[in-house]
Design a protein around this ligand. Structure first.
Ligand SMILES: [Ca+2]
Length: 338
């Protein structure tokens, strides 16, 4: 078994376990289990009924104890909500370290890393540092409860004067305790301007992960989120931003409406971002998969002769066509010889 197969196998086992044990469920259905224990000793009869309810991310355990002494009955009810193993959600994570993208829309399975019973941005940041930062979350990430709620105190190894931002689906989050759902896109960043917080949050309108073919144009609109005097979020297009592909500046620039068409010229995964000379922007991130162009369909000749051509091997087709023409020429000459 190759290591990849082993991982897939383990993944299947984990997946199966999730479905088999209701306590791990995150789909929100409720499962109630009641256990009754009766103990009789001397003058006392004690009946304890424990009810466990699992729903959403929580497991609630209620214990009702009935103690009977002759004619007197005392009922005690204790209800406790315990943080159950919270299951998981699959999200994508991006991190920028003061203007430099260090994690770009990477897939991340979020589990209850901080053991608070819910799956939040905090869990995503702990786990993304464990996965992508050298030394893990222990070295690169920390958080604390503040007057503003649960807040980042260190991101990507930086304390950064406490200047951090984070969004979910390009909307500013309230706190690290915001709950995540599958498919969410989380983006966390260290401000470049750690004193006056002038970094402008920007993002591309396109969020799908469609596949492209070499030569295709990817049309994107660069947007920014700023705040008006009443602290309402305002979205506006960003003009004159230089497009970066895999961190390198290109000749593409956004127009007055924030739009830009980026032509893909190589296959593989590309990360499209932007920079702006006139203002500090939080780098936007769009990751696209670009496929090789399919080999053109052969014209003329016998189809049997070209069936052996490798897909994507563009040199193979002309060579076979030439071979076909040579063969035809030989046949023609042979006929003439007859
Ligand atoms: Ca958690």
């Amino acid at each position: 078994m190759t290591s990849k197969k082993i991982i897939t196998f383990l993944g299947s086992v984990l997946l199966l376990s999730c479905f088999a044990v209701p306590a791990f469920s995150v789909s929100g259905e409720e499962t109630t289990t009641a256990t009754e224990t009766t103990a009789t000793g001397g003058l006392y009869t004690t009946t304890a009924t424990e009810t466990t309810t699992t729903g959403g991310l929580y497991t609630t355990t209620a214990t009702e104890t009935t103690v009977s002494v002759a004619d007197t009955t005392t009922v005690t009810t204790v209800t406790s909500t315990t943080a159950a193993a919270a299951g998981s959600v699959d999200i994508s994570i991006s991190i920028a370290d003061a203007g430099k993208l260090v994690v770009t829309q990477e897939a991340l399975t979020v589990t209850d890393a901080d053991a608070d019973g819910s799956l939040t941005i905090n869990d995503a940041l702990i786990l993304s540092h464990d996965k992508f930062y050298e030394g893990g979350a222990a070295a690169g990430y920390s958080y604390a409860a503040t007057d503003w709620g649960l807040s980042v105190t260190k991101l990507w190894g930086k304390e950064n004067n406490g200047s951090f931002g984070y969004t979910v689906n390009d909307t500013f989050a309230n706190s690290l305790s915001d709950i995540l759902k599958s498919g969410d896109r989380v983006y966390a960043y260290c401000y470049q301007d750690a004193e006056h917080y002038t970094d402008m949050y920007t993002y591309f309108d396109k969020t799908d992960r469609s596949e492209y073919t070499v030569g295709d144009e990817i049309e994107l609109t660069l947007m920014s989120t700023t705040f008006d005097e009443s602290w309402n979020a305002v979205q506006k297009p960003v003009a004159d931003a230089v497009i970066l592909i895999d961190g390198k500046e290109t000749a593409y620039k956004t127009g007055a409406d924030g739009k830009v068409k980026v032509k893909t010229d190589k296959a593989g995964q590309i990360v499209i971002s932007a920079a702006n000379e006139n203002s500090i922007i939080v780098p936007p991130v769009y990751k696209a998969t670009v496929k090789e162009k399919a080999a053109p369909a052969p014209t003329g000749g016998k189809t049997g002769t070209v069936s052996g051509a490798k897909t994507g091997d563009t040199d193979a087709i002309p060579a076979l066509v030439i071979a076909g023409l040579l063969a035809a020429g030989t046949a023609f000459m042979m006929r003439r010889d007859d």
